[in-house]
Write a new protein. Structure first.
Length: 166
């Protein structure tokens, strides 16, 4: 339940920041956030990262929906047994939901975080969730997933007979 609350809060933060940007910054306009480091720049992105597939928003909407459904299914089925797995799943779920909402409602994703110290595409909170969640999921799968499975299958965790054999 705590993990689901994390996902819901992240979707709320994502949608709130996007709403505030759409309401207060003109399209293409910028507002300084951390001088020389970050600013908020309102961009409508119909594609994925680096504007890949920008002419195929419908395909990205389907992919986002599929990812959200698969992650939900895996969470419900108990696939993610460790905290790292659950947190990474919730980050991916929140990011997928945040951008899926934008694509379904507006036909584009609202991006706003622009780095000033390097040339990088403008992104949003949902993108941050996915960018952190995917590597965490990879670490979980590589290092912890088999350990979690072994813990569940350990025959020593079952009921124990009394020491005197009765």
């Amino acid at each position: 339940m705590l993990y689901a609350i994390l996902a819901v809060l992240l979707v709320i933060v994502d949608q709130l920041t996007k709403y505030l940007v759409r309401a207060h910054i003109p399209l293409g306009g910028s507002v300084p956030f951390i001088p020389g480091f970050l600013d908020f720049t309102y961009v409508q992105n119909t594609g994925a990262a680096f504007s890949v597939l920008r002419e195929h928003t419908w395909l990205l909407t389907l992919i986002s929906a599929a990812v959200v459904l698969v992650v939900c299914y895996l969470v419900v089925r108990g696939f993610f047994t460790g905290a790292l797995g659950r947190v990474s799943a919730m980050l991916i779920l929140a990011g997928g939901m945040g951008n899926l909402i934008d694509r379904a409602v507006f036909g584009f994703v609202t991006d706003m975080i622009r780095t000033l110290f390097m040339d990088f595409p403008v992104f949003n909170v949902a993108d941050c969730c996915i960018t952190v969640g995917v590597p965490l999921l990879a670490i979980y799968l590589l290092l912890h997933w088999k350990d979690d499975e072994k813990k569940e299958e350990d025959p020593h965790d079952g009921p124990q007979l009394p020491a005197d054999g009765q």
